[in-house]
Design a protein around this ligand. Structure first.
Ligand code: C2E
Ligand code: MG
Ligand code: MG
Length: 582
C-alpha cells in the first residue's frame, strides 16, 4: 500500500523519467499510465494529478482540473445522499467503490466505475485520495441490450412471451385485489405464410414490423402487446370493470380495433397490402386463474377462430375447457400408444382403368384400448401439433417399407406399389430424405415401389425446400403424389414447379360426380392439366359405378374408393388380392 508522500510522477510522454526511483514508485508510475484513468487529490480532495487515460475518459486536460475539485465532473444525476454515503465510507473504511454517471467535458454522459482509496500518514491523517476510473458505458449498454433481448423480440422490439407471462402474473395478482376483469387476446395473421413464400422472408419481416406498429398505436400505453414468434401476437388488457358482460364487450371492441388497424391498406416496396387476423380471447378476474391455464385458453380460442376462416374472433368458453381436458387426455394416450404398439396400418387398394389392383395406400389406425379402432381424423392433427407425428410418421414409413419388402418376395404381390401419407412436420425435418432412404435400405425395399403423398399446403409452405427434397427422392426412384388435390387454393404457377408423378383428385369432387356441374368441370380441368403436365391422375373416394364410368370416360388413370375396396388390415388385403387373381 502506498503509505508515503509520493514523489512527483513523470510527466506524460517522457519515457525514462522514472530512472532512479525506487521499484515501488516505478510500478506506481507504470500504473499511472495504464488504461485506467487515475486521479490523485490531496487530503482535502483538491486534484493534484491526473493521467492520460483520465483525460481520454473525461475530456479534461490536467490544466483544466488540477487545483480544482472533482465535483466538476458531476452530472447532477446522483442525489446528494449518494455522495454523503461515499464520503462516510471513505472516512470510516478508507475505500469506496461503485458506479456513477458523470458528464464528459463535451457535455455527454458516460458511465464510470470508480474506485477511491484514502492514503494516510502514520498518524492516520489523510494525505491523498487516489481514484481509478474506467468508462463502462459500452459494457453497460451491451449488458442492457442483452437484458432487453431476454424479454423482447428483436424484430419488432415488442415484449416476448416471457415478459408477457411476467406481466400476466402481475395482472392476475392486481385483479384479484381490485376484482376487475382483464383480457388476454391471441392474434394470428391470416395468410401470412403466403406473404413469406411469395414475397420472401425479408419482406415478410417488414410486414410484421408494420403490423406490430399499427397494433401498438391502436392500443393504450398501459396495454401489453407481445410477439410470440412467427405471426402470432398477444395482447394483455386490464381494467375492464367488474361486470363480465361489459368486460366481454370491451374486449371484443379492442379485438375489432386491432383488426381494423391491420386491415387498412399499407404500402411496402410499391406493393399495397393489408393483413387479416384471427383472434382468440379469454377473460380473467384473478380468482384462481393461472398464467399457463390462461395461455392455453387463449390459444384454444385462437385455434377455433382460425377454424372459422379468415378474420374469425372467438371467446374462450367453459365448453372448450371440457374439450381441452379431453385433448390433454388424448395427448397422453397418444404418447403411450406408440410404445404400446397400438398403431397399425390398413391398406386400401388402388386400381388401374381395367380394374386391376396395382398397389395400395397405407392408412394409419389406432387400436385404442377403450375406444376401439380409431381413424386418423381422431388423432393426426393433435399428433401434428404436439410433434408426435415425427416418431409416428417414422414408424409408418418403416412399417410400409417392411411391407413392400415382404410383398416383393411373393410372386402375386411383387408388382404392387405402396403409397404413404407424409405430414408437414415430418417432411420439413432436415433429414427427411435420408430417413426415407434409410427406411428403404433397412427393409431392403425397392424405392420404385414406394410413393409419398404430400398435400398442396405442405408443398407450398416452403417451395424451395419442397422442390429440393422431392428432386432428391425422385432421383432415387421414389415417386410423389399430390394428395387431396383441388382443396387448396394455390396457383397453378406454383404447382407447376413441383416435381411430381401423380395428382390425386380429392374425394369431395368425386363424390359429387356426375350430378354437380362444378365438380364435373373441376375434375375435367384437373385431368386435362395433370395429363398436360405428364402426370398420372388418381381419383380417390370412388363409391359408385356412375362415378367410375364418368372418370373412366375422361381418361382417369387410377381409382381408389369403396367401390373397389375399403381400407382393410394386411391379411384381408392379401386375401382380397389373391381372390381377384384366382
Ligand atoms: P387421404 O390420404 O386423402 O386418405 C383417403 C381417405 O379417404 C382415407 O381416410 C380413406 O379411408 C378414405 N376413403 C377411401 N375411399 C373412400 C370412399 O370411397 N369414400 C369415402 N367417403 N372415403 C374414402 P382415413 O383412413 O380416415 O384417412 C384420412 C386422412 O388421414 C388421410 O387422407 C390422410 O391425410 C391422413 N392419414 C392417414 N394415414 C396417415 C399417415 O400414416 N400419416 C399421415 N401423416 N397422415 C395419414
Ligand atoms: Mg393420402
Ligand atoms: Mg386424399
Amino acid at each position: 500500500m502506498l503509505s508515503r508522500e509520493p514523489p512527483a510522477f513523470p510527466e506524460p510522454g517522457l519515457p525514462g523519467a522514472t530512472v532512479g526511483l525506487g521499484l515501488e514508485w516505478q510500478i506506481a508510475a507504470a500504473l499511472f499510465e495504464s488504461q485506467l484513468g487515475i486521479l490523485v487529490t490531496d487530503g482535502q480532495g483538491v486534484v493534484q494529478r491526473v493521467n492520460r487515460a483520465f483525460t481520454r475518459i473525461t475530456g479534461y486536460e490536467p490544466r483544466d482540473i488540477v487545483g480544482r475539485n472533482p465535483r466538476m465532473l458531476r452530472s447532477g444525476l446522483q442525489p446528494p445522499a449518494f455522495y454523503t454515503e461515499m464520503w462516510r465510507q471513505l472516512r470510516e473504511q478508507g475505500h469506496w467503490q461503485g458506479e456513477l454517471l458523470n458528464r464528459h467535458r463535451d457535455g455527454s454522459l458516460y458511465h464510470e466505475r470508480l474506485d477511491v482509496t484514502a492514503i494516510r500518514d502514520a498518524q492516520g491523517a489523510v494525505l491523498h485520495y487516489v481514484g481509478t476510473i474506467s468508462d463502462i458505458t459500452r459494457e453497460k449498454s451491451a449488458r442492457a441490450r442483452i437484458e432487453h433481448l431476454r424479454y423482447h423480440d428483436p424484430l419488432t422490439e415488442l415484449p416476448n412471451r416471457s415478459l408477457l407471462q411476467d406481466r400476466l402474473q402481475h395482472a392476475l395478482q392486481a385483479d384479484s385485489r381490485s376484482g376487475e376483469f382483464g383480457a388476454l387476446l391471441l392474434l394470428d395473421l391470416d395468410d401470412f405464410k403466403n406473404v413469406n413464400d411469395s414475397l420472401g422472408h425479408a419482406f415478410g419481416d417488414r410486414v410484421l414490423v408494420q403490423a406490430a406498429q399499427r397494433m401498438r398505436r391502436a392500443l393504450r400505453a398501459e396495454d401489453t402487446l407481445a410477439r410470440f414468434g412467427g405471426d402470432t401476437f398477444a395482447v394483455l388488457v386490464e381494467g375492464l370493470g367488474r361486470v363480465p358482460a361489459q368486460a366481454a364487450t370491451l374486449a371484443a371492441g379492442i379485438a375489432a380495433k386491432l383488426r381494423h388497424a391491420l386491415e387498412q391498406p399499407f404500402q411496402l416496396e410499391a406493393r399495397t397490402l393489408s393483413c387479416g387476423a384471427s383472434i382468440g380471447l379469454t377473460l380473467f378476474d384473478g380468482d384462481s386463474e393461472q398464467v399457463d391455464g390462461l395461455m392455453r385458453e387463449a390459444e384454444l380460442a385462437m385455434y377455433r377462430a382460425k377454424a372459422q376462416g379468415p378474420g374469425g374472433l372467438c371467446f374462450f368458453e367453459q365448453a372448450m375447457q371440457v374439450e381441452l381436458e379431453a385433448r390433454n387426455a388424448l395427448e397422453a394416450d397418444l404418447r403411450a400408444a406408440l410404445a404400446a404398439g397400438e398403431f397399425l396400418l390398413y391398406y386400401q387398394g388402388q386400381f388401374d382403368a381395367r380394374g386391376r389392383r396395382i398397389g395400395a395406400e397405407a392408412l394409419l389406425r389406432w387400436r385404442h384400448p377403450s375406444r376401439g379402432l380409431l381413424g386418423p381424423g381422431c388423432f393426426i392433427q393433435l399428433a401434428e401439433q404436439t410433434g408426435l407425428i415425427e416418431p409416428l410418421g417414422q414408424w409408418v414409413l418403416e412399417q410400409a417399407c417392411d411391407r413392400l419388402a415382404a410383398w416383393a418376395r411373393e410372386e402375386a404381390t411383387r408388382e404392387l406399389s405402396l403409397a404413404v401419407n407424409v405430414s408437414a412436420r415430418q417432411f420439413r425435418h432436415a433429414d427427411f430424405v435420408q430417413r426415407v432412404l434409410q427406411a428403404l435400405d433397412a427393409a431392403g425395399a425397392d424405392p420404385r415401389r414406394l410413393q409419398l403423398e404430400i398435400t398442396e399446403s405442405l408443398a407450398l409452405e416452403n417451395l424451395q425446400d419442397t422442390v429440393r427434397k422431392l428432386r432428391e427422392l425422385r432421383a432415387c426412384g421414389v415417386s410423389v403424389a399430390l394428395d387431396d388435390f383441388g382443396t387448396g387454393n394455390s396457383s397453378l404457377a406454383y404447382l407447376a414447379q413441383l416435381p411430381l408423378d401423380q395428382l390425386k383428385i380429392d374425394k369431395s369432387f368425386v363424390l359429387e360426380l356426375p350430378q354437380d356441374p362444378t365438380s364435373v368441370l373441376i375434375v375435367q380441368a384437373v385431368l386435362a392439366m395433370g395429363h398436360g403436365m405428364g402426370l398420372q391422375v388418381v381419383a380417390e373416394g370412388v363409391e359408385t359405378q356412375a362415378q367410375y364410368e364418368h372418370l373412366s370416360s375422361l381418361g382417369c388413370d387410377v381409382f381408389q374408393g369403396y367401390l373397389f375396396a375399403r381400407p382393410v388390415a394386411q391379411n384381408d388385403f392379401l386375401a382380397a388380392h389373391a381372390a381377384r387373381l384366382a
